[in-house]
Design a protein around this ligand. Structure first.
Ligand code: GLA
Length: 393
């Protein structure tokens, strides 16, 4: 029980509340969020849980079970701390944004338990940000969109990752049994009910290439360069979201080749999100699978954010009976693939992909069932919080 862990750490368990925020897997719409386009993630059961109680002294103390580290600061100093370049930046970054938004940060004891594997591309960072923000707020009201934006600002401004809004948004707004189609410009979303008869599995390559951080920033710059080039021909274009495939084709010959390919990924990926949602609504699971594979190919060749491990996992997956489609998910350069299967194909898939991956890379991949879960909030029934022992299941 999380209360036992809290008592062991802080010597008390009265007045403890627990807040949860989920990780996510993105079904389609990759590297489109910071181009103000469309994404279609689902929230996972894998989540970050933050247990919180008032602190007896003036300190804000945080313990991470995963890192086995406890850190503390005077609560009064939270608004003026500099980044420490470690896991605490997610929590302190959020605390700082809360202060900037006019919330006071009282002295608190926090214990963080996360089942979202770090570095897997399943958004452990956003889960930690959102759950910490809720814990620090301790039940004080905040509009959900402000919460998502505030957590994104913490990641961009304090942690220093120039991410889009997808991960924080879905962690806050997700609905059970549905994917969330997010319009990253208007910041409106709609639940998209997934058809019956499918299973979604994430396969963790267990590899994260260091290149990811710098390449992400580079891609955002390349997209900005694409917008500049297209705007010279059409002054109304504000972001790649505004560009149609036909329009891009007209502009491509006058653009540097790499920039043109980056833009082609984003423009076609936005279109694939709409096609995927339509296919979903018709129950056309084959088409959904095809679009996922097209998305992967585009990420691999045009956007160049895949990795040999991810390409192998996708190729191996689509050769397995009952697999409708597969693609890398998240920022790329490692992390997970997301796989769409016919119901009942999961067991064979797990065995076959594990064997193939182990044979090729000598690594046993982690495989997760992805059932669309609900967004962040307070957990009242502590029995439902996983114990440490189940973390690596
Ligand atoms: C990371 C970022 C998201 C998004 C994806 C790529 O997960 O945090 O905002 O850009 O990469 O789709």
């Amino acid at each position: 029980m999380i209360l036992d862990a809290f008592r062991k750490r802080y010597g008390r368990d009265s007045g403890v509340r627990v807040f949860r925020a989920p990780g996510r897997v993105n079904l389609i719409g990759e590297h489109t969020d910071y181009n103000l386009g469309f994404v279609l993630p689902i929230a996972l059961d894998l989540s970050s849980f933050v247990a919180v109680a008032d602190s007896p002294d003036g300190a804000l103390r945080i313990h991470s079970e995963e890192k086995q580290q406890t850190r503390e600061w005077p609560a009064a100093d939270i608004g003026s701390l500099a980044p420490a370049h470690d896991w605490t930046d997610y929590v302190i970054g959020v605390a700082r944004e809360l202060v900037l938004a006019g919330f006071s940060i009282a002295p608190k004891l926090l214990l963080v338990r996360s089942t979202v594997p770090e570095g897997s591309g399943l958004s452990s960072s956003a889960a930690l940000e959102v759950s910490s923000a809720l814990a620090l707020l301790g039940g004080r009201e905040i509009p959900p969109l402000s919460l998502a934006k505030l957590c994104q600002r913490a990641e961009v401004g304090f942690v220093g990752t120039p991410c889009g809004i997808m991960d924080q948004y879905v962690s806050v707004f997700a609905r059970e049994h549905a994917a969330l189609r997010i319009d990253c410009r208007s910041l409106e979303s709609e639940a998209v009910i997934l058809p019956d008869g499918i299973e979604i599995l994430a396969v963790n390559s267990m590899v994260k290439h260091a290149l990811g951080q710098s390449a992400y920033k580079e891609r955002t710059e390349e997209c900005a360069a694409a917008v500049d080039a297209i705007r010279r021909l059409d002054g109304k274009v504000q972001s790649l979201r505004d560009v149609t495939v036909a329009q891009l084709e007209r502009c491509m010959p006058s653009m540097p080749k790499i920039i043109a390919r980056r833009a082609r990924h984003v423009v076609t990926e936005n279109e694939r999100v709409s096609l995927f949602v339509n296919a979903c609504q018709r129950g056309d699971v084959e088409r959904m699978g095809q679009l996922m594979v097209e998305s992967h190919v585009s990420l691999q060749h045009d956007y160049e954010v895949s990795s040999p491990e991810l390409d192998f996992l996708v190729d191996a997956a689509i050769g397995i009976d009952g697999v409708l489609g597969a693609r890398m998910t998240g920022g790329g350069f490692g992390g997970c693939t997301v796989n769409l299967l016919r119901q009942g194909a999961g067991e064979r898939f797990r065995a076959t992909i594990t064997h193939a991956y182990q044979e090729r890379f000598g690594i046993i991949p982690q495989i997760f069932d992805c059932r669309p879960s609900h967004g962040a909030g307070e957990v009242k029934n502590f029995e439902r919080i996983p114990t440490r022992a189940t973390l690596s299941d």
